[in-house]
Design a protein around this ligand. Structure first.
Ligand code: PEP
Ligand code: MN
Length: 338
């Protein structure tokens, strides 16, 4: 059970509600987010939910038996839109195209990409400075100095930055230079990191784990939400299966299922999902048609020279072509929905 409390509720009323929730045999916890206050009741007993709904200070009450509660669509029917400022939004009101390199490599590389993005009218840029690499000998990113450079250039161009945070200690040092913190697939169940990101006042793009289920992804989002941060974007980036013909199995089934189960925005990362440059376009269009709220695409002026993931990275011509097709497909999607 989830109770959303009135904004100006007094402590006495909160205590009274807690007693009543415990009284019907549910274990009650208070959750305070940056904007609202909730009581989460965990239990199985049948009871008349109206008896709780009429208590003074209760804004609304929902019966949600799933383990993920605050992120659940059963609690909030309308999709959540996340605002990044300057009119940039991620959610059901538009289709977000996040583009940028796998890794931030140099000032020259970033300038080339933002110039391309400006030409294309793209406002959301990805780029890792702390890179989770399977090999310790691979390029592991430029670190915080690289982020400062990346952020300064992006700001000049009015572009918002999405970049990966790998550990708790990095949150504070990165904070002023990022617009969205990305949690990568390998940290999708790093519960300590997720908990800390609940304290952050910036949105989180949470990727699905390498072998994470949809339910596990939603529970990871609940970790962030229940510690205070309601601004979460989920990302399907492919899962590991027995198939070896491509990098990961991009699970586009997850898109409609997630959209049904949660009110949070859902984006798809076809670059990591299929891992093959030639097929990123088809899978991006498929993600859009599956109902995603956006895509995250790796691009580079010269993909063959990229320090990481060049094999799945689009050049500027391919990126422009994809952008053109996404716009057409988005119009078609709107027309089909009527
Ligand atoms: C990335 O997006 O830079 C990345 C490392 O992806 P993932 O965590 O999905 O592997
Ligand atoms: Mn990559």
């Amino acid at each position: 059970m989830i109770l959303q409390l009135e904004k100006n509720i007094e402590n006495k009323a909160v205590q009274h509600i807690l007693e009543k929730v415990n009284g019907v045999g549910y274990k009650a916890s208070i959750v305070k987010t940056q904007s609202l206050q909730y009581i989460i009741g965990v239990g199985k007993k049948e009871f008349d939910i109206r008896a709780i709904g009429i208590l003074p200070g209760v804004h609304d009450v929902h019966r949600v038996t799933d383990d993920y509660k605050l992120v659940n669509r059963k609690r909030k029917v309308s999709g959540t839109t996340i605002s990044l400022g300057d009119g940039v939004e991620i959610g059901e009101s538009n289709f977000s195209v996040i583009t940028g390199p796998c890794s931030v490599e140099s000032e020259e590389q970033i300038v080339k990409i933002v110039e391309h993005m400006r030409q294309q009218g793209l406002k959301l840029m990805r780029g890792g400075v702390f890179k989770p690499r399977s090999s310790p000998y691979a390029f592991r990113g430029l670190g915080i100095e690289g982020l400062k450079m990346f952020s300064a250039i992006a700001k000049d161009y009015g572009i918002k930055i999405v970049t990966e945070v790998m550990e708790i200690e990095q949150i504070t040092q990165m904070h002023d230079y990022v617009d969205v913190f990305q949690v990568g697939a390998r940290n999708s169940q790093n519960f300590n990191l997720l908990h800390e990101l609940g304290n952050v006042d910036k949105p989180i793009l949470l990727k699905r784990g390498l072998s994470g289920t949809i339910e596990e992804l939603l529970q990871s989002a609940e970790y962030i939400y229940s510690n205070g941060n309601e601004k979460i974007i989920l990302c399907e980036r492919g899962i590991r299966t027995y198939e070896k013909a491509y990098r990961n199995t991009l699970d586009l089934n997850a898109v409609p299922i997630l959209k049904e189960k949660t009110h949070l925005p859902v984006v798809v990362d076809p670059s990591h999902g299929i891992g093959i440059r030639e097929h990123v376009e088809q899978m991006s269009l498929a993600a859009l048609m599956a109902g995603a709220d956006g895509v995250s695409i790796e691009i580079h002026e010269k993909p063959e020279e990229a320090l990481s993931d060049g094999q799945q990275t689009l050049n500027f011509i391919e990126s422009a072509e994809l952008n053109r097709k996404l716009k057409i497909a988005y119009e078609a999607r709107i027309a089909m929905r009527g």
